[in-house]
Every structure is written in structure tokens, then in C-alpha cells.
Design a protein around this ligand. Structure first.
Ligand code: MN
Length: 340
């Protein structure tokens, strides 16, 4: 038997004794969980506000662990490897999958959202959902792979290139991950937020300029910082109707706007700037093919947490951890659950 953290319904979390998972298919791998990151989307499942999740659910999609056993056809990982989970499971045959975009597969199943995730002592996944990482890296560092892939996806969807001017709205976890990747691409990055501490953390992580949107006009400052040329790539990690509306206003000709929001409220955006500047507006969801890139950056020590992890809780403290995150959002960048 083993223990698993289960959200039975909104605001109802239990630690259950459950059967040990077993390898049933020859391509499957048994993993012992070491770290799980808590994400905004886990909090939404906990609060009952994630429209995609079903209950009861073992949450957790930011997962690192050690390989305990492998099925007979497994070749990409071996017993003892340190692995991170790629949380998407897809059909491989629908239009999106054929287009190389399995992250928006019509039959998508996300580990920890549509199916049970990593907040348990052991789990089994097919080998294509696991990636081995340099064993000498700390568990705390490698468990950040999944959030980094979200930032890497936004940067890829925006086609950020060396020398581009990038505006990232919001210095939360996704904004910071996008910042780190955009800087590694050689972009000039301006960040916005409402909180001084979060802007200071963005500066520590390489932001070239920051704008406090609570007391400055983002549009005015952006034009000043870019000599009125505007922004080549706007990444909106605030995701309000108003932040989406800002994108076409501040984008440069041939610019791109990347949106990551789940807000269903409409934004008011006029056609003129989109046509006149021939803008590209794209969505960015989960990730496609970003794990290889992120893992090589982790292995080369080019991506480091640098103060990103603010709390660690043992999995027996999960109720307290969720309550703490709920009540202290200003103190939490990334909180981790440990299984040791
Ligand atoms: Mn996440």
C-alpha cells in the first residue's frame, strides 16, 4: 500500500491509503515521487474552479521522481534515473496531433487534471511521458522543469529571437519562467506587475526594465523604453481583458501577442492596429516539445531557481500547505511538496 493526496471535491482533501500502482503495459515505468510543485491550476482544482478537472482527483502535474522499475520495451529511461513528468497524454491521430501540436489534442488527458497526477508516493506512466535529467542536479531544481516549459512554450509561440523586444505582463511564476527563457534567447525584456517585490524579483532574474502598473502608464513607459518603436512580442501572463487589450496598442509592426488566459470575459480590441501593423495574435497552452530544450538548459545549469522556491512542505502537511498558499499569496512564488 502507499499514500496518495486526493481532492475528493472542492475544499475536501484527504491522504488515502491506496494500492501500489503496477506496470501493466510493456512501455510503462514505475516512479517513486520525490518532489511535486504546487501550481495555480492545482489551487483551482482544490477550489472547484477548474472547469476541466473531474473528481475525485490526485492532483500534481509538476513532478520529479526516481525510476524504480521499467517495462520490457522501455529504452529511454532506466532504474535509478531521475526523471521529470511531461504531463500530456494525447491520441497522436487528430488534426492537432498531426500538426505537431499534441498539447491541444482533441482527446488530451493531462496528468493531475483529467487523470490522477503526482501527489502520491508512486505512479506509473508510459516512457514517453518521462524525461531523464542529470542525476547530480537537486530535486528542487528539476521539479521546476514543467513550469519552465510553460514559459518556453509562450516564448516559442511568440517566436522570440535574439535582439527582440519582449513585454511580459505579470511577474508571477509563468511570467518569471517566460522571462528566464526569453533572456536565454537574447531578448530585451520589460516586465510589468502591481507589486514592488515581484518587480524586484524580475530584475534579479534578468529583466531589463520593469514597470509598476499600479502607478505608471504601461503604454507610455513602454513607448519611452522602446524609443516609440513598440514591442516585438507581448506575452500576457496577467490574462485580464484589459491586459489583453493593451497588446495590440503597444505591439510594433509585425509584432506578436501571446495570450495564456482562461478568462471568458470579452476584450475590446479594434481591427485597425491588427491590420495596420499586421499583428499575429496566438494562444499558448501547456507545451509542445519543450521538455528536451528545458532539460538541456537545466543540465547545463543555465536555468536555476534563484529564489523561485519560497516554501517546502512534507506531503503529510498538504492541507496546511494548500491553506498557506491560499492565505499568503504574496509570500509564495513556488511552493513544493516533498516525499522523503
Ligand atoms: Mn503548472
Amino acid at each position: 500500500m502507499m499514500q496518495a493526496v486526493q481532492v475528493r471535491k472542492a475544499y475536501d482533501v484527504v491522504i488515502n491509503e491506496v494500492e501500489m500502482p503496477k506496470i501493466n503495459q510493456e512501455n510503462e515505468v514505475l516512479v517513486k515521487t520525490k518532489r511535486v510543485g504546487i501550481c495555480g491550476s492545482d489551487m483551482h482544482i482544490y477550489h472547484g474552479t477548474n472547469p476541466l478537472a473531474t473528481y475525485p482527483r490526485v492532483i500534481g502535474h509538476e513532478v520529479a521522481g526516481e525510476v524504480i522499475e521499467v517495462g520490457p520495451s522501455v529504452t529511454s529511461v532506466k532504474v535509478g534515473d531521475h526523471v521529470v513528468v511531461e504531463p500530456i497524454n494525447y491520441c497522436g491521430t487528430c488534426y492537432a496531433c498531426r500538426k505537431g501540436r499534441p498539447n491541444v489534442c482533441e482527446n488530451l488527458s493531462v496528468f493531475g487534471v483529467h487523470e490522477d497526477g503526482g501527489m502520491r508516493e508512486f505512479f506509473v506512466l508510459p516512457e514517453n511521458q518521462l524525461h531523464a535529467v542529470d542525476k547530480t542536479l537537486e530535486w528542487d531544481e528539476i521539479v521546476l522543469a514543467e513550469p519552465y516549459t510553460i514559459g518556453a512554450q509562450a516564448v516559442w509561440r511568440g517566436d522570440v529571437e535574439e535582439g527582440d523586444t519582449v513585454l511580459i505582463q505579470g511577474c508571477g511564476p509563468i511570467g518569471i519562467c517566460a522571462l528566464k527563457i526569453a533572456k536565454l534567447k537574447g531578448a530585451y525584456v520589460i516586465m510589468t506587475d502591481l507589486k514592488k517585490e515581484r518587480l524586484a524579483f524580475a530584475l534579479e532574474n534578468g529583466a531589463d526594465k520593469v514597470i509598476n502598473a499600479s502607478d505608471e502608464s504601461v503604454e507610455k513607459k513602454v513607448m519611452e523604453y522602446t524609443n516609440n518603436k513598440g514591442i516585438n512580442v507581448v506575452i500576457d501572463a496577467v490574462c485580464l481583458p484589459s491586459t489583453f487589450e493593451l497588446g495590440p496598442k503597444v505591439a510594433s509592426p509585425a509584432g506578436t501577442i501571446v495570450c495564456l488566459g482562461f478568462d471568458e470575459r470579452p476584450s475590446q480590441i479594434s481591427q485597425l492596429p491588427i491590420t495596420k501593423k499586421e499583428l499575429t495574435i496566438v494562444g499558448s497552452r501547456l507545451q509542445t516539445n519543450q521538455f528536451e530544450k528545458v532539460i538541456s538548459l537545466l543540465n547545463d545549469r543555465l536555468l536555476q531557481s534563484n529564489g523561485f522556491i519560497t516554501q517546502k512542505f512534507s506531503f503529510s502537511e498538504i492541507k496546511y500547505a494548500l491553506k498557506f498558499i491560499e492565505e499568503n499569496p504574496e509570500r509564495v512564488r513556488k511552493a513544493l511538496i516533498t516525499f522523503e
